[in-house]
Design a protein around this ligand. Structure first.
Ligand SMILES: Cc1ncc(COP(=O)(O)O)c(C=O)c1O
Length: 378
């Protein structure tokens, strides 16, 4: 079976993990700090705060910004459930906005129409490694004095007009789940330029403690920390931090190799009458966290049938992502129907993520392309 993706790990990660285990300090410490420094250097952000996942990064961002019951947060309809779930965790309302079906990202024209007196924040998602239209979104956010939390789970390496995503909003949150270009198994990162927010986020990820475990052990391990907030355990371990440091060293190579393979797909499939290839607007580069095809309306193919046939031939495939308002929880709570958010509903049923990973061979990729072409020709 050709996998949908595969983290690019080798002996470097294994040796790095061994060293952490041998050191006896496995929870958040020096290695996490090193990983955070690499992220600030790569993105240009002033502060980076590692977390246990992107979900915890998004959640603590909302907590730090004071989002709570009675507030509304604007979220794209087509994203992973986590983007909206964290709003729900805060007792706030996720207000979904439909997407631009060409980019799969939130449609800025529709954002403004969704703003009410209760709106506190916008959460643009840079889906599949393509930046949302941050110029337009930030203009709206400034006009209505809204916070912006960027869900950049899929977008390490993605830039909007040359500036790294996550640098536009109050915070930007990344994921290191194995479906992402670099992985620490599970893991996340928040970037921000605000010292005040950074301090709050550092405390929130560690139960609200005013001093970290490592700092406490360096001083006097006896006295426990004071807690100034009711925080969480959203910490990253040093085992993950050590993997992150090694992954960051490989990141430019990983991004280059992924782009190379994405371009091979695009060249081979751009004239295929059954599928449309990913669209890249001028303002963004595409880092292809996922290479997502759309089965064209005019082709008589059903996306699910295509997937079924290719999977039978040994090729792993996935839909693009989820139309979140159409998931059971959101349908039940807000009464959404199939006719709501039509673009999101449509692309959920038309998209197909192809296998893409650094170690994918030429032969494997040719096999995927041949299968898609044969299916279309038939
Ligand atoms: C758009 C988006 N947001 C948030 C997340 C959550 O990331 P994590 O699994 O690190 O919590 C994901 C993960 O797939 C995602 O794709």
């Amino acid at each position: 079976m050709i996998p949908i993706t595969k983290p690019y790990f080798n002996d470097r990660e294994i040796e790095a993990v061994k060293a952490v285990i041998k050191s006896g300090w496995v929870v958040q410490g020096q290695k996490v700090k090193e990983f955070e420094t690499k992220i600030t250097q790569f993105t240009g952000a002033k502060y980076a705060i590692a977390t246990s996942s992107c979900t915890s990064a998004l959640h603590s961002s909302l907590v730090a910004l004071g989002i709570g019951p009675g507030d509304e947060v604007i979220v794209p309809a087509f994203t992973f459930a986590a983007s909206a779930n964290v709003v729900e965790h805060q007792g706030a309302k996720s207000v979904f906005v439909d997407i631009d079906p060409r980019t799969f990202n939130i449609d800025p024209l529709k954002v403004e129409r969704a703003i009410t007196k209760k709106t506190k924040a916008i959460m643009p998602v840079h889906l599949f490694g393509l930046s949302a239209d941050m110029g337009k979104i930030m203009k709206i956010a400034r006009r209505y004095k809204l916070f912006v939390v960027e869900d950049a789970a899929c977008a390490l390496g993605t830039k909007y007009n040359g500036k790294h995503v996550g640098m536009f909003g109050d915070t930007g949150c990344f994921s290191f789940h194995p479906r992402k270009p670099i992985s620490t198994a599970e893991g996340g990162m928040i970037i921000t330029n605000s010292k005040k927010l950074a301090q709050k986020l550092i405390s929130l990820r560690d139960h609200g403690a005013v001093i970290s475990d490592l700092a406490r052990h360096k001083k006097s391990a006896f006295k426990l920390a004071d807690h100034d907030l009711a925080g969480f355990n959203y910490r990253m371990t040093d085992i993950q931090g050590a993997i992150g440091v090694e992954q960051m060293k490989k990141l430019p190579f990983i991004l280059k190799e992924r782009r190379k393979r994405a371009e091979i797909y695009s060249k081979a499939l751009k004239n295929n009458p059954c599928f449309s290839i990913p669209f890249t607007p001028q303002y963004s580069n595409h880092t292809y966290q996922s290479y997502v095809l759309k089965v064209k309306d005019e082709s008589s193919l059903s996306r699910d049938k295509v997937a079924e046939k290719l999977i039978k031939n040994g090729i792993s495939l996935r839909p693009g992502t989820q139309s979140v308002p159409h998931l059971s929880y959101y349908r039940r709570k807000y009464g959404y129907k199939n006719s709501d958010f039509p673009e999101s509903f449509m692309v959920e049923n038309q998209t197909l993520t192809l296998p893409l990973f650094v170690e994918m061979t030429k032969k494997e990729q040719e096999f995927v392309i041949k299968n898609l072409n044969n299916l279309c020709a038939a």
